[in-house]
Design a protein around this ligand. Structure first.
Ligand code: HEC
Length: 126
């Protein structure tokens, strides 16, 4: 992924978009691609210096999963110790970029499904 140019990154000569552009659309801070919510400023300050916030926004993880990613960046990518900004960042990440399966849809009620057999495939009645 190194060398990928994300849309909000400045080309030489562009105005610095992180400074010049503070537009928010649909709750998303356009220059970073991060959701504006509690902890946004902390995450922005600690997480958008090396890569786009969009790299963050398209990932999903639990709080532990996010902590793993932070540890990985600390081990291998020169990410600094976040100190008290770490819990704040983790809260922000776990809240806004949680795994999509969690809580989005009730589990299928297997008992309530009528099954029928088509050839050797088990299909759910539409
Ligand atoms: C010191 C630089 C640096 C900082 C600061 C930094 N990262 Fe990273 N991060 C990296 C590098 C380097 C990569 C790898 C990018 C690549 O592969 O092109 C990366 C990758 C990622 C990825 C992609 C992981 C994957 O497997 O796809 C995520 C998500 C991420 N960072 C989140 C964060 C978060 C959240 C923060 C703030 C807590 C943060 N980063 C701060 C350097 C940093």
């Amino acid at each position: 992924m190194a060398g990928v140019r994300y849309p909000q990154q400045a080309a030489v000569g562009d105005a610095l978009p992180e400074i010049a552009d503070e537009r928010i659309e649909g709750g998303v801070h356009l220059p970073t691609g991060l959701r504006v919510a509690e902890g946004f400023e902390t995450a922005r300050a600690n997480c958008t210096g090396c890569h786009s916030g969009r790299l963050i926004a398209r990932n999903r993880a639990t709080r532990d999963g996010w902590q793993e990613m932070i540890r990985w960046m600390q081990r291998t990518q020169g990410l600094w110790q976040l100190g008290r900004n770490e819990p704040a960042s983790l809260d922000y990440l776990a809240t806004n970029y949680a795994p999509e399966e969690t809580g989005c849809r009730a589990n299928l009620d297997v008992e309530a499904i009528e099954w029928y057999i088509l050839g050797n495939l088990f299909l759910r009645n539409p």
